[in-house]
Design a protein around this ligand. Structure first.
Ligand code: FMN
Length: 159
């Protein structure tokens, strides 16, 4: 099974998840970065990022390698931004047709369930009505004692 783990991460949590999953499942890590990065700290972080996420902005991305037809499984990992997907994911979903691929989502939030963000993502993908979802709260902070079990359970549904 050829797997891609495509991720966008502003503060490292989604990157932590993407790398952990790559260690367990193997596969290509594909990092999405905005050509003009969003502020990673300070008040503008939430103002600018939240505004663009709510508006569905599709910012230009730095070059990356991803072949729409090259994978059996694509895992998308990203943070919740104002209950939406972050703008880099909008651009990725606009540019790639994932309708023929198995897709799974890994969503990182500060406190919410991530449900609205997942619904936003599903609405922007073709042919992915009910993908497997792993939703975690700031997983890189080391506070979730069950993280390893959750990851292993998620991976076993994907293998
Ligand atoms: C612009 C912005 C908006 C956010 N909106 C939400 C939100 O609506 N709900 C929530 O639980 N967390 C929200 N967060 C927190 C992040 O989803 C959370 O800290 C996540 O783990 C960060 O992932 P990252 O380290 O991969 O960037 C927001 C963060 C940013 C920067």
């Amino acid at each position: 099974m050829k797997t891609a783990i495509v991720y966008y991460s502003l503060n490292g949590n989604s990157e932590f998840m993407a790398k952990n999953l790559a260690g367990r499942l193997g596969g290509d890590l594909v990092r999405l970065e905005c050509q003009k990065p969003y502020p990673a700290r300070g008040p503008l972080k939430f103002i600018k990022g939240g505004k663009d996420a709510m508006a569905g902005v599709e910012p230009p991305l730095r070059p990356y390698t991803f072949d729409d037809t090259g994978y059996d499984l694509v895992i998308l990992a990203f943070p919740v931004w104002a209950d939406k997907v972050p703008p880099a994911i909008n651009t990725f979903l606009r540019d790639h047709d994932l309708s023929g691929v198995r897709v799974a989502l890994v969503v990182s939030s500060a406190g919410g369930s991530g449900e609205k963000c997942v619904a936003d993502c599903v609405s922007k993908m073709r042919g992915q009505a009910n993908p497997p979802v792993l939703s975690l709260r700031n997983p890189a902070d080391g506070k979730d004692a069950q993280l390893g079990e959750k990851l292993e359970e998620f991976c076993s549904t994907l293998r």
